[in-house]
Ligand binder design. Structure first.
Ligand code: ADP
Length: 180
């Protein structure tokens, strides 16, 4: 049984779907900490080098998990990453899978100057619902939610919904802070 007094949330989805934007807004509104796995991988060197074709780091998952274990176990983290199956189930209270339409995703990735192979791979991954499936395979279905992130209005509604969930989680788990 987890003893954390703040929840841990994963915000996942294909690159460009809006993870960082959601996480920043959520962190600001809830006081939870935005844990950008991208930044951790880079700054704490949890990688085995740079993949030139895909212009991304080759992540060393064991090193990454060791590096974030203490802070995540303490609770209060919003984990921002385009994968979710590596995090132990016991660490996580909610998994949000963001989704976006192909045309919007294409425009967002194009604006980032993604190489063609990387752009296509991500478009395919979104169409095939790879991240949604990964989340459903890795966590209990009642903690996985799928939210649309095509427009600013949708993003604001998503953030409001997750904020309400955080508020409820805190209420439901308030006895833990009294016990500790
Ligand atoms: P990710 O972290 O998933 O790669 P970002 O949060 O960096 O995605 O978003 C990619 C781009 O798309 C940014 O320019 C962001 O402003 C824009 N964006 C993300 N979500 C939305 C949304 N729901 N509506 C409009 N623009 C969005």
């Amino acid at each position: 049984m987890a003893t954390r007094t703040q929840p841990n949330i994963i915000i996942t989805g294909t690159p460009g779907v809006g993870k960082t934007t959601h996480c920043e807004m959520l962190a600001q509104n809830t006081g939870l900490k935005h844990l950008s796995v991208n930044d951790v991988v880079k700054e704490r060197e949890c990688h085995e080098g740079w993949d030139e074709e895909f212009k991304s780091w080759i992540v060393d998952e064991d090193k990454l998990l060791d590096s974030i274990e203490d802070e995540v176990k303490e609770g209060g983290c919003i984990i921002d990453w385009h994968a979710c199956d590596l995090f132990p189930k016991s660490w996580i209270d909610l998994v949000v899978v963001l989704r976006v339409g192909s045309e919007k995703l294409y425009d967002r990735l194009k604006a980032r100057n993604y190489p063609e192979a990387k752009l296509q791979e991500n478009l395919d991954s979104e169409i095939m619902e790879v991240l949604l499936q990964e989340a459903r395979d890795s966590y209990d279905e009642e903690i996985v939610i799928e939210l649309r992130s095509d427009t600013t209005e949708e993003m604001e509604a998503n953030v409001e919904r997750i904020e309400a969930w955080v508020k409820q989680w805190r209420k439901d788990n308030s006895n833990k802070s009294e016990e500790s």
